[in-house]
Design a protein around this ligand. Structure first.
Ligand SMILES: O=C(O)CCC(=O)C(=O)O
Length: 245
């Protein structure tokens, strides 16, 4: 049932997959690496400290952003057994043939315009599976809704395959953009994902989606990863060349 809906819509939101304690290790790493206070993901002291760091030392904030996604707690969290099972279920493929990339903890600041992702498909950023076998996992660590810039997506847009994307220069302090063109018809179908900590959303690699605008006063915090099917005929790791002698 999950697979049929995922195939049709190109995304699936599943409620209450994880407990609120499951991401505690990620929070501990973030606070430890950033020297930040934080009892929980919605702790106002954590949000204030993130705001202060981002304003007073953007490089340190960027460095923390880059480091946190490499931590073992984050990598473990996004690959918990329950999530792996859902990936197998949704894609109808054996989890033993999957690998992951693009582990992320997004810290979307109030009013940010530098790191919002414009309309894109995952295949633009992650060319490992050009035909889109696999999926993106996206999970809120704070509540995500249209007012704080939650993800907007175009249901069914994955059926059109991979669209040409621009690759703008990865300027310091700005997220790299592989933006694609969207039509007025596409935009008319767009919807926002309202989700809560514990929920998990899965996107097809060719689903057209983007970040909204965070008009709230708090960070919107999410995490995720990309699952790639190594058994797909067109899988290309991109960096491992084997020489057969
Ligand atoms: O959470 C967001 O703002 C966007 C995330 C996204 O589009 C992605 O990870 O591909």
């Amino acid at each position: 049932m999950h697979k049929a809906q995922f195939d049709q819509d190109g995304y699936l939101l599943i409620r209450d997959v994880l407990s609120s304690e499951a991401s505690q290790g990620v929070l501990t790493s973030l606070c430890s690496l950033g020297n930040l206070p934080g009892e929980n993901w919605e702790d106002p002291q954590l949000h204030q400290a993130l705001t202060d760091l981002r304003e007073s030392d953007p490089r340190a904030f960027g460095s923390l952003y880059d480091k946190i996604r490499l931590t073992l707690p984050l990598q473990d969290f996004v690959q918990l057994p329950v999530l792996r099972s859902l990936v197998a279920d949704i894609t109808g493929r054996s989890i033993n043939n999957f690998t992951t990339s693009g582990h992320m903890l997004r810290l979307d600041a109030p009013g940010d315009s530098r790191n919002r992702l414009d309309w894109h498909q995952e295949t633009g950023y992650y060319p490992q599976n050009p035909s889109g076998e696999g999926c993106v996992l996206w999970m809120p660590l704070t509540p995500c809704h249209p007012d704080n810039g939650t993800v907007e997506l175009i249901p069914g847009s994955h059926h059109g395959g991979t669209r040409p994307s621009a690759d703008d220069a990865n300027e310091e302090g700005r997220s790299q953009q592989f933006a694609i063109a969207v039509t007025p018809d596409d935009k008319a179908k767009a919807l926002s994902i309202t989700a809560h900590p514990g929920d998990a959303a899965f996107f097809h690699m060719q689903l057209v989606h983007r970040s909204g605008f965070n008009a709230s006063t708090q960070f919107r915090i999410t995490c995720g990863v990309r699952f790639h099917d190594l058994s797909a005929p067109d899988f290309a790791s991109g960096y491992m060349d084997y020489i057969v002698r």
